[in-house]
Write a protein that binds this ligand. Structure first.
Ligand code: NAD
Ligand code: IPM
Ligand code: MN
Length: 353
């Protein structure tokens, strides 16, 4: 098959990990006789530097007409002035909103050979296999008003946490559908003891659950969920939650997997091609050194093949090659090893069937 894939390398280690994933995709293309056509566009801080805009119009247009989008990361100290009016992160949020990708899937698996790379006790990590379904285009990130103003001679900052029933319904429904292909358990994470938006979330989740009598639904308060995630992570199958709760819980979940560099994600809505990115950021502390772990991005490329191109066998081949490389001891620095980004990528490519 032929597919048009837009690349958005972005900032910091973004270009390093995207280039790694492209090498893997090219190897897969050769093995399986597919033609992946890659075109690169600007986003984030590097787009601000070149155009003044973190999401140039031509980037958004290209992403809308692509079969899929693979993104590295945006942001960094250079653009971090809290008073700046344009920020790299606005580019990413604008892209997610502009593509309408409301469902962000963040699978978390613990490779048995990486148990010792995690600070969590090994008996807590055996068999962890969960997926966080993070609502991505609503909630606290996008609610209006979002502003600064003055009240009684003081500055005030306002963010708004809002959800409509429809926004909750579609993401919770997706979580239930996913649960049917897994262990049939949905944990809906909220803060219903405090937040009105969470009480609506719970109501809608209960309503959706009636359509899935074969799936168990539990409601978990987000503070408890944070605790359970490191104490009994095996108790989770599908977690579905609000935008910012999902953001925070998945960084925590990365600790289970051994490193921030391990976790991939897919952002979908069934309309545009889908947006794929590792869950980590631009890692300014290691950028430019060639030591970033490329696995989160490589596994995101596998998700791209699966969800946007329907290439299940090829997706599995990548996942298997990653597993095998790890089993056989391939480790970047974050995992306690010494392989460079390039060497890790090579180790994975060599193990593709
Ligand atoms: P970060 O995820 O960039 O880094 C956190 C820690 O994890 C760092 O120590 C980093 O070295 C390590 N790390 C992350 N990815 C790694 C990898 N692939 N291999 C090895 N180590 C890795 O989070 P941060 O430092 O809080 O944020 C830095 C910048 O990235 C900020 O500007 C933030 O806004 C941005 N950010 C962007 C995205 C995104 O583009 N999706 C996500 C998160 C943060
Ligand atoms: C992520 C990041 C982004 C988010 C930032 C960079 C806007 O942390 O993808 O997890 O909060 O969604
Ligand atoms: Mn995050």
């Amino acid at each position: 098959m032929k597919a048009n894939i837009v690349l958005l390398p972005g900032d910091g280690i973004g270009p390093e990990v995207v280039s790694a994933a492209v090498q893997v995709l090219e190897a897969v293309g050769q093995h399986y006789d597919h033609k992946f056509v890659f075109t690169e566009y600007l986003i984030g801080g590097s787009a601000i530097d070149k155009t003044g805009n973190p999401l140039p119009e031509e980037t958004l247009q290209a992403c809308r007409s692509a079969d899929a989008v693979l993104l590295g990361a945006v942001g960094g100290p250079k653009w971090d002035d809290p008073r700046a009016s344009v920020r790299p992160e606005q580019g990413l949020l604008g892209l997610r909103k502009g593509l309408g990708v409301f469902a962000n899937l963040r699978p978390v698996r613990v490779h048995p050979a990486l148990i010792e790379a995690s600070p969590i006790k090994s008996d807590r990590l055996l068999g962890v296999d969960l997926i966080v379904v993070r609502e991505l285009t609503g909630g606290l990130y996008f609610g209006q008003p979002k502003k600064r103003d003055w009240v009684d001679g003081q500055q005030r900052a306002v963010d708004t946490l809002e959800y409509t029933e429809n926004e909750i319904e579609r993401i919770v429904d997706l979580a239930f559908r996913l649960a049917r292909q897994r262990r049939r358990k949905v944990s809906s994470v909220d803060k219903a003891n405090v937040l009105e938006s969470s009480r609506l979330w719970r109501e809608v989740a209960n309503r959706v659950a009636q359509r899935y009598p074969d799936v168990t639904l539990e409601h978990v308060l987000v503070d408890t969920a944070a605790m359970r995630l490191v104490s009994v992570p095996q108790s989770f199958d599908v977690i579905v939650t609000e935008n910012m709760f999902g953001d925070i819980l998945t960084d925590e979940a990365a600790v289970l997997a051994g490193s921030m560099g391990m976790l991939p994600s897919a952002s979908l809505n069934g309309q545009y091609g889908g947006l794929y990115e590792p869950i980590h950021g631009s890692a300014p502390d290691i950028a430019g050194q060639g030591i970033a772990n490329p696995i989160g991005t490589i596994l995101s490329a596998a998700m791209l093949l699966r969800y946007s191109l329907g290439l299940e066998q090829e997706a599995r081949a990548i996942e298997k090659a990653v597993d095998q490389a790890i089993t056989e001891g391939a480790r970047t620095r974050d995992l306690g090893g010494s392989l460079t980004t390039t060497a890790m990528t090579q180790a994975i490519i060599e193990r593709l069937d």
